[in-house]
Design a protein around this ligand. Sequence first.
Ligand code: CP
Length: 307
Amino acid sequence: MFKKRHLVEPGDFTIEEMDRLFDLAEQIERDQGYLRESCRGNILATLFFEPSTRTRLSFESAMLRLGGACIGFSEPNSSSASKGENLADTIRTVSCYADIIVMRNPKEGAALLASRYATVPVINAGDGGHHHPTQTLTDLLTIRQLQGSIEGLTVGFCGDLKFGRTVHSLAKALSRYPDITMIFISPQELEAPNYITEGILKKAGVSYIETHSLEKVIADLNVLYMTRVQRERFFNEEDYIRLKDSYILNREKMKQARDDLIILHPLPRVNEIAPELDEDPRASYFKQAKYGMYVRMALLASMLGRC
Ligand code: CP
């Protein structure tokens, strides 16, 4: 089902296929020995042209737990990209050494290009401000685990909705589930792109609103997806400094929220969630980071045809 395919954006897998991955990830969580050694003999290449903690390390941890091995680089200066090698040649070469490639690149569309030159499966670990589909698998699994279902929820996205690729990917994926309402909370300059709101949600008949006020809507939410302002995508530092603390979630604001709200964040966090909330039972972002490893184990084993 998954063998010899690429994962470039969230729409590459059907809902049924994602459910299979979530079932598998839940099985791995329940039984830590499940699928252990299933990828012995396989090699994962992690090619990170941009910094990462969770995505790279959870993929590498996933592969090691499955009994496979990892090669790769965590910043482009240690690869021949720094000598001018183009992406197509890098991917053709790494395809000779690895059975599957995970790549993060600052350029939108880089993962699609890589998938056209690779002779092994390519997984997009983030392409600029475009998509981050394995974060979406992580987010959906976390919602399913903690809310019991991915249907009929009101999901608030708060922060940098313009550059936040995890928001674009999750909104696109959620648009395929029934009875979802999305509330986009951002400063005017960081609103979600039109291709998401008008191009995907409106066309799919998804109910959504856009607002600048978190306080006005927080009581309505089942899921609050906080995001950091993406400094690395700004053209000037002044704009970043002006916008970076637009929303800071703290105990006071959470007084208005439902008891069964879950707070998610793809991380890294900067200032947008006060550390005083980390002990709040609704704060679910570190559980989310752990689910990311289980779902990546399920993904690697499935794409390598090992389960
Ligand atoms: N969520 C996420 O992509 O985190 P990293 O940038 O640390 O990989």
